[in-house]
Design a protein around this ligand. Structure first.
Ligand code: 2AM
Ligand code: CA
Length: 264
């Protein structure tokens, strides 16, 4: 398999899928809930995933697909080529704001990240990376992330972790808020990861992300020297949900050891 050809193919599929998503704005959205009232999915999430799968299965019949909406394969291992896809990351933003959502895609071979993409559809910003070949913002090479320190950092976190909750000791989050320069929450894990790899955020963390939220971002992170682990400072498992942190160097260890106390 020629990686450059696969890269060109994946990019073109992403751009065509994005065009279809934009065209959908003229039609009524069909909105449903999944695991809970605020876990949303639309007909466009589903149609976009099916669009990818139709083309991948036709052109790469032995590749497998792990997609958020479940139209892909039922995976129990990471052997061979696997496309890990979130057709719309930030579905709530897609519905409410018609912006601030991304197509997130990672292509893995035997569990190793080969190609990664995060496409901010409405801004036409494609962050991409190929293993050992660096990361790009559209066609411009992204430099390695710089070392950060906690006092001067902007951290992506969700406000719900700062009040008592079942996942994390919120006192640690309050302590963090008082220490950092600022916090942000954008409502799309893939976009927040893209902001860390391009230096706009210094770290981003989440209590529960699925493989498709992070698979593309992990390939990109590696190419720019951003650190990715779960919140217990262990490697991510792409076959299950994980807690998650991506950080510039200089921050990661301090965040996971001094501020994050998981409850489970
Ligand atoms: P989604 O829009 O594809 O559902 C919102 O803070 C971020 O968390 C989004 O990237 C969103 O992805 C993701 N997310 C929302 N609910 C989730 C859930 N139940 N499990 C995993 N990720 C979730
Ligand atoms: Ca999604």
């Amino acid at each position: 398999m020629n990686v450059h050809r696969l890269d060109k193919y994946a990019k073109s599929l992403i751009k065509v899928a994005a065009g279809r998503i934009k065209s959908s704005f003229t039609t009524d959205l069909l909105i449903e809930t999944k695991s809970e009232a605020n876990d949303l999915v639309t007909n466009i999430d589903k149609e976009t995933e099916q669009f990818f799968i139709h083309h991948i299965k036709r052109d790469f019949p032995n590749h497998r697909i792990l997609g958020e909406e479940g139209f892909g394969d039922d995976l129990h291992d990471l052997e061979g080529y696997i496309w890990i896809l979130d057709p719309i990351d930030g579905t709530m933003n897609f519905i409410h704001q018609k912006k601030n959502f991304a197509i997130s895609l990672g292509i893995y071979k035997d569990g190793i990240g080969v190609l990664g993409y995060i496409y901010n559809v409405m801004e036409d910003e494609l962050i991409s990376a190929a293993m050992d070949e660096g990361a790009y913002f559209n066609d411009v090479r992204i430099p390695a992330v710089k070392k950060a320190n906690i006092e001067q950092s902007i951290i992506g976190i969700n406000a719900s972790w700062v009040v008592p909750n079942k996942h994390i000791e919120h006192e640690g989050m309050i302590k963090l808020l008082q220490k950092v320069r600022g916090t942000r929450s954008y409502g799309s894990a893939a976009l927040e990861i893209s902001y860390v790899v391009t230096g706009k955020l210094d770290a981003y963390m989440s209590m529960r992300l699925s493989p498709w939220d992070i698979a593309g971002g992990m390939v990109i992170a590696k190419e720019v020297g951003a650190i990715v682990t779960n919140l217990a400072n262990e490697p991510i498992n792409l076959l299950e949900q994980n807690t998650f942190i991506i950080s510039k160097p200089g921050l990661h260890k301090e965040l996971v050891t001094n501020y994050i106390r998981l409850k489970q």
